[in-house]
Design a protein around this ligand. Structure first.
Ligand code: GLV
Ligand code: GLV
Length: 323
């Protein structure tokens, strides 16, 4: 029987699916394995289901190579995997696109609403027993309807997010390396330069993958272009934003607020952020709905079953390996 390793706890349905077909070794502890242990455990496996917290670097890939045919990442982003190294060893890498578009875009909206209307700060105020009277100037926030929504990235999640902005009568602008007909058809959004987007938007929401080219995509330069009344939303990957520069921009009032689901050095966070009221901080839960997380597991599991059964998987990030 072929051997599979699941690196951390995932929804049970996917574990059951794999257990019916393969000899499954499962780290169900929900604790991230140290590199040495990961290396030890992938050695004799035909396939590995890994999570975005696993750093699948060239050492892990070398340890797996020979027998292993697939690393099925339980995420749409695959910046945690050295895909080049995997390809050079003939190992297929898959991800879980599509199923998490609604969940992730919806969470970006939750951050946008919470940031613009100071929902979390106001909740704390009530819990602290401070609500003693209605006040005309209590917790004034920012208007959303009719404002300019700047979307960075025109992929599935960015498009899904922007479609929802239409319902709020927002003026949608977007920036991406190439114009996207689909984005424009579905959202009515207008393609603009990066500079124009940062200067004109009331809200900026990031929907680009982390690559060498998008590291610190938002740095001091971009933050300086933003309006003092603007809010930045990040549900993509932390290193896309220079977190130290963001802290400065929030402290100085250069931008009005931020909603962050991801951080530059997760789970570490720039410590100033903990005490700032104009940020909403979430523990990387963009795709965390019951249905979405289960479906992500099933996609990863089916990808493994397909590859080990000699079929092309539903999605593959290094299709050249399939031959
Ligand atoms: C989550 O962050 C994902 O990439 O799926
Ligand atoms: C997700 O699949 C994206 O790239 O937006």
């Amino acid at each position: 029987m072929k051997k599979i390793f699941i690196t951390r706890k995932i929804p049970q349905k996917a574990v059951d699916f794999l257990s019916e077909r393969f000899d499954v070794e499962y780290n169900d502890s929900d604790i991230m394995l140290p590199k040495e242990e990961l290396i030890g455990r992938v050695k004799d496996k035909d396939g590995v289901l890994c999570l975005l917290t696993d750093n699948i670097d060239s050492d892990v890939i070398s340890a797996a190579s020979g027998k292993c045919r697939i690393f099925a990442n339980y995420a749409v982003g695959y910046n945690n995997i050295d895909v080049k190294a995997a390809s050079s060893k003939g190992i297929i890498v898959t991800n879980t696109p599509g199923v998490l578009d609604d969940a992730t875009a919806d969470l970006a909206w939750a951050l946008l609403f919470a940031g613009a209307r100071r929902v979390v700060e106001a909740d704390r105020y009530v819990r602290d027993g401070k609500f003693d009277s209605w006040k005309a100037t209590l917790f004034l926030g920012m208007d959303i309807s009719g404002k300019t929504m700047g979307v960075v990235g025109s992929g599935r999640i960015g498009t899904n997010f922007a479609k929802k902005a239409k319902a709020f009568g927002m003026d949608i602008i977007y920036t991406s390396r190439h114009r996207s007909e689909r984005f424009e058809e579905e959202t009515g959004g207008r393609h603009v330069s990066k500079e124009e987007l940062f200067r004109e938007s009331d809200f900026v929401s990031l929907h680009i993958p982390l690559t060498e080219g998008t590291m610190h995509y938002v740095s001091e330069r971009e933050l300086d272009m933003m309006k003092n009344s603007s809010v930045l939303i990040n549900t993509a990957r932390g290193p896309v934003v220079d977190e130290k520069a963001l802290v400065k921009a929030l402290q100085s009032g250069q931008i009005w607020g931020a909603g962050l689901d991801v951080f530059e050095n997760e789970p570490q966070i720039e410590k100033e952020l903990y005490s700032m009221d104009n940020v909403v901080l979430l523990p990387h839960i963009g795709s965390a709905t019951v249905g979405t997380r289960e479906e992500m597991g099933m996609i990863a599991a089916r990808n493994i079953a397909d590859v080990l059964g000699g079929k092309a998987p539903e999605n593959c990030v290094n299709p050249q390996v399939l031959g």
